[in-house]
Each structure stands twice: as C-alpha cells, then as structure tokens.
Ligand binder design. Structure first.
Ligand SMILES: C[S@@+](CC[C@H](N)C(=O)[O-])C[C@H]1O[C@@H](n2cnc3c(N)ncnc32)[C@H](O)[C@@H]1O
Length: 280
C-alpha cells in the first residue's frame, strides 16, 4: 500500500472488499432491516416514487433499496441499479421480481447513461466515492428537469458509536492503519458538509432529515466479532500482524469506549443517519 491516498487503489480495494463481504452484508445487515437499515423505507418514502418513474439506484449493492422501489413502480416505470461489486449485483438480481429492472456493473464516478431519470437514489454510497462532487455533478446531468435525488449517509463519529468505539481504539494504537486522506464512513455525517457537497453540484431546495435508529449487538465479545468480520474485515489482517499485545490493548480500550452503551451486559447503540433530498 502506498503512503499517499490513491483513489484508484482505494476503488480496487473497495470492489474486492464488497465482493468478499456482499453475502454477509446482505444477510446480516441490509436485508435484515436492522439498525441503520431502517433507513431503506425512509429513503424510498423521501424519493416520492411514482408508478411511471424512471429510477437510478447508485451503488445499489445487494439491491435492498431497489427492491423497495420496484414494489412502487408500474408497467411504465423502470429501474436501473449500478454498483462496482459484481457479487453484490448478483444478489440484487436474484432478489427482485420486477420486469423493468437492470443491474449494471459500473463505477459511480464514470456513469455512462444517455437516458434521463426522474429519481436518483443512493443509500450509504456517497462516502465511498473519492470524488463525490464529480458523482453528484454527473447525477445532475442525467436527471430530467425537476428530477429528485434522495441520499442516505451515516452520521458523525459520535452519532455512530458502533463504528467509532472500536475504530478510535484501532487508530490510537495503529495510527497508519489507513492512508491519510482515505474517505471515512463519517465523511458527510455533519449536515453542513452534506448540504455543501450537494449544493456545490448545483442541486436546489436541499432538505436534510436526521434519524436516530437503534442497533443491538449483543455483548462486547459478539460486537467485537461482528465488527472484525464486517466493518473491519479489510484491515483485520493488518491489525493481527501487530501481535497479540496490540490486539488485546485495542480490545480493552474499545470495551471502555463501549461502556456507556452497555445495559445488562448487552450493547445498545444509537445510530444517526442523514437523508438528504434535493431537486435538479
Ligand atoms: C454500504 S454498501 C450500500 C449498498 C446499498 N445501497 C444498500 O443500501 O444496501 C456500499 C456499496 O457501494 C458500492 N460502491 C463503492 N464504491 C463504488 C463506486 N465507485 N461505484 C459504484 N459502487 C460503489 C459498493 O460496492 C457497495 O455495494
């Protein structure tokens, strides 16, 4: 890994990680409607889908948002989902019965469409795009006049303690675990930053709604296992190379960070999510 952030390398790793983790992500998170995924229904509600809409789902992953949207579309409506993970797209294809749907392997930073869409949605994708501004600009260029976007992102470090309780401790003990400048899941967690990015791309009437969902992770051991197998699966091999003493120190500090959220040995995390809507 180079010591300077390299967007190409980041994208290749992102694709590999999502290809590896897509099934687990679908079964344990996205399709289980748990914690942050309560946002799927809220996002689709915010998009105000009409039966004859032409809809694009950017970074559709395993298709949970697309599936919800497909239930609202009629015979003259259509839906396209794009993602860079072929494995995730395979799961999406299998899970949706709707006739007018296509899932295409495509990089959100290189959207290749001539068609124009009424609605474009993106759930938990924006923070992964190294050049989010470019994505929003090209989304705008493939929208019909008065088209609407609906975008969901995770909250700040404080608002998403599931991620930060362990990650803060990892960064404390291994500060170079990720290259400086690597996008984080909290990147647009402050409504001001999200609004600024959307506004810079030329969208108007931007509205941002904050939701706080709850996520139960069992006891600390279960949380640690779950985290290392999902959120941290790509960095776990590097953490292990630091040796058992460092791993134990990370774990101990993470448990201390988690203590405010433990009730009767069970962890209950709040999980902040922002849903932004705007018009072209
Ligand atoms: C957290 S998942 C969200 C998936 C889906 N929207 C959902 O709500 O379940 C993030 C998705 O972004 C995709 N992704 C990351 N970078 C991408 C890019 N540059 N272009 C297209 N998809 C990308 C990943 O492959 C992954 O499926």
């Amino acid at each position: 890994m180079s010591s300077k952030f390299n967007p190409i390398e980041f994208k290749i790793n992102t694709r590999t990680n999502w290809n590896t983790g897509a099934s687990q992500y679908y079964n344990n998170w996205a399709n289980s409607d748990v914690g942050p995924f309560k946002s799927t229904k809220e996002l689709v509600k915010a998009a105000e889908i009409k039966p004859d809409d032409s809809v694009l789902d950017v970074a559709c992953g395993t298709g949970v948002v697309s599936k919800e949207i497909s239930c609202l579309l009629g015979n003259s409506g259509n839906l396209v989902g794009i993602d860079i993970s072929r494995v995730a797209l395979g799961i999406a294809k299998k899970s949706i019965q709707f006739r007018n749907v296509d899932f295409i392997e495509m990089d959100a930073e290189n959207l290749g469409f001539h068609a124009k869409f009424d609605k474009i949605v993106c759930q938990y994708g924006l923070m992964f795009f190294p050049d989010a501004y470019k994505v929003l600009k090209s989304i705008s260029s493939i929208m019909k006049k008065d088209g609407k976007i609906a975008i969901a992102v995770h909250g700040t470090q404080t608002g998403v303690p599931y991620v930060s309780c362990i990650m803060k401790s990892i960064l404390h003990h291994i500060p170079d675990i990720r290259v400086k400048g690597t996008p984080t899941v909290h990147r647009f967690g402050d409504p001001k930053d999200l609004k600024k990015e959307i506004s810079a791309a030329g969208f108007t009437d931007i509205k941002i709604k904050k939701f706080t969902f709850t996520y139960h992770t069992g006891n600390f051991e279960e949380y640690w296992e779950d985290y290392m197998n999902s959120t941290a699966n790509s960095i776990w091999p590097k953490i292990k190379t630091k040796g058992i003493e460092i791993v134990n120190a990370i774990k101990k500090e993470a448990e201390q960070n988690t203590s405010p959220f433990i009730k009767n040995e069970q962890i209950e995390f709040p999980w902040n999510v922002l849903i932004a809507t705007a018009y072209k």
